[in-house]
Design a binder for this molecule. Structure first.
Ligand SMILES: [Zn+2]
Ligand SMILES: [Zn+2]
Length: 242
């Protein structure tokens, strides 16, 4: 594998490489996809985790996916391993090369099921679940529908921020097939607006502040998957060139 730095994207560099330090990372073994673990802390692009057997060590943060909290809400693990990874005794001080690229189908499969944030329509409870659903998931604990969250990024949005996140709005779609879907707007920002007198251009301007909310975990992983896809293509080209 080509281990030179130039071929890795910005995000992957942040996640897999440590800028300085010496000594080589020692791997105490590996973890298989689907392994359930508890995240204890985050450091320099790595997650400090504990396995169900009580082993403590480090894996790159990109190898961790938060568990679906719409299901088994009281599970004792916080994350699952997304693909086979080395498991390090101590925080690696030397750069770790990203794992070799998988084929495009495997990368796409993971991309489609990246986590999203959902908001309970009755309790306002935040639920994390794979985002490849039609608009909502059902929270097994409360039985309520939790809608895909949309965020308002207007700099002066008066909406209440929660958990350090920009103000979010529900994504409620029409209940009946023939009904028109309501526009996705920020309720909090409505107080700045005179909706009935706005020009179409003004409406479009406001709509630019409202967009699907992406979890930090998902943003980071999306970047890593884009990089993996690039490396897959690079290897494909090399193979054909030989
Ligand atoms: Zn390269
Ligand atoms: Zn707003």
């Amino acid at each position: 594998m080509n281990r030179s730095l130039h071929c890795f994207g910005r995000v992957a560099v942040a996640a897999f490489f440590l800028a300085n330090g010496c000594g080589s990372p020692s791997s105490s073994g590996s973890l298989q996809p689907g392994t359930e673990v508890q995240l204890i802390g985050e450091e320099a692009g790595f997650g400090k985790i504990q396995t169900s057997e009580g082993e403590v060590g480090y894996v790159p943060l990109g190898m961790l996916k938060q568990r679906n909290t719409a299901e088994a809400f009281d599970a004792d693990h916080t994350h699952a391993i997304v693909r086979a990874t080395d498991f390090y005794d101590g925080l690696p001080v030397e750069p770790i090369a990203p794992p070799p690229p998988r084929d495009r189908a495997a990368i796409d499969r993971e991309q489609h099921t990246l986590n999203a944030l959902f908001i309970g329509e009755e309790t306002g409870r935040e639920v994390i679940a794979p985002g490849n659903v039609h608009y909502f998931v059902v929270d097994e604990e409360t039985g309520e529908r939790c809608w895909r969250s949309i965020e308002c990024i207007h700099p002066d949005c008066p909406g209440e921020k929660k958990n350090g996140r920009p103000y979010y709005v529900f994504f409620l779609v029409a209940e009946k097939p023939n009904e028109e879907e309501p526009p996705i707007e920020c309720n909090a920002c409505l107080r700045f607006r005179d909706v009935d007198r706005e020009t179409p251009l003004e409406k479009t301007e406001w709509s630019r502040y409202v967009r699907p909310y992406e979890l930090p975990e998902t943003l980071r992983r999306r970047g890593e998957l884009d990089d993996e896809r690039r490396r897959f293509v690079e290897e494909l080209r090399k193979t054909h060139a030989d």
